[in-house]
Design a protein around this ligand. Structure first.
Ligand code: PGA
Length: 250
């Protein structure tokens, strides 16, 4: 089964509107024909401006989160329809920083996924274990819960556009990368889990990205793994040249 590669950049809390536009412009200029889906996720404040820059390009625009309610008294929160209104078509849900710093539980994330899908946003759903969970051999149990509870109540049809990102928390922003073999092992396990939960067909089509200190030096060997379909890049997506090198992996 060949799955189209998916290379995503999560800009996190970086860049002014002007800087975001400049970076998006540089990517648009350099990336006119790709064999991969390319996605960028700027801050909420830059989404609309970046959407304008990306017009006429096939770079996908994503938000880094959304709320699960559609409107109301939720000071500071952004609804899925507001994300769509900026021109973004995807949303990252369940990033480990949301889980660890902002209290997003699997139950909350389940509501966010539901709200996003209901509104027609596509979802990149993140899973991954902490260092202590890995050291105590809880990696698979943790990921299983994140998938079972976070994606509860959906059919394979509901999730047909779902992208999963495996991001071991101990590898995010730390310079420590999972070895390509470690990434492959977990990706394979996730695919097996999805085959049991939905179907072999579903599992063979879903794209699973690896994230955590991806850079030019390691992207080739990570992407060479059979169950790795793409990467979710943080730090190295903030400079056009570095991100383009990652997109041009061998
Ligand atoms: P990093 O971040 O590439 O800076 O480690 C990855 C992520 O958090 O998505």
């Amino acid at each position: 089964m060949s799955r189209k590669p998916f290379i995503a950049g999560n800009w996190k809390m970086h860049n002014t509107v002007a800087q975001s536009k400049e970076l998006a412009q540089a990517l648009k200029k350099a990336l006119n024909k790709n064999n991969a889906d390319i996605m960028i996720a700027p801050s909420f404040t830059s989404l609309y401006a970046v959407a304008e820059v990306l017009k006429g390009s096939n770079i996908i625009l994503a938000a880094q989160d959304c709320h699960f309610e559609e409107k109301g008294a939720f000071t500071s929160q952004i609804a899925p329809s507001q994300v769509l209104d900026t021109g973004a078509t995807y949303v990252i849900i369940g990033h480990s920083e949301r889980r660890s710093l902002f209290g997003d539980t699997n139950e909350i994330l389940n509501k966010k996924v539901k709200a996003a899908l209901t509104r027609g946003l596509k979802v990149v759903y993140c899973v991954g274990e902490t260092l202590i969970e890995r050291e105590t051999e809880k990696t698979y149990a943790v990921i299983q819960d994140q998938i079972e509870d976070g994606l509860k109540g959906f059919t394979a049809e509901d999730l047909k556009d779902l992208v999963i990102a495996y991001e071991p928390v101990w590898a995010i922003g730390t310079g420590k990368t999972a070895t390509p073999e470690q990434a492959q092992e977990v990706h394979k396990e996730i695919r097996t889990l999805l085959a049991q939960k939905y179907s072999e067909d579903f599992a063979s089509k879903v794209r699973i990205l690896y994230g955590g200190s991806v850079k030019a030096d390691n992207v080739d060997s990570i992407m060479a793994q059979p169950d790795v379909d793409g990467v979710l890049v943080g730090g190295q997506s903030l400079e056009a040249e570095k991100f383009i090198r990652i997109i041009d992996y061998n």
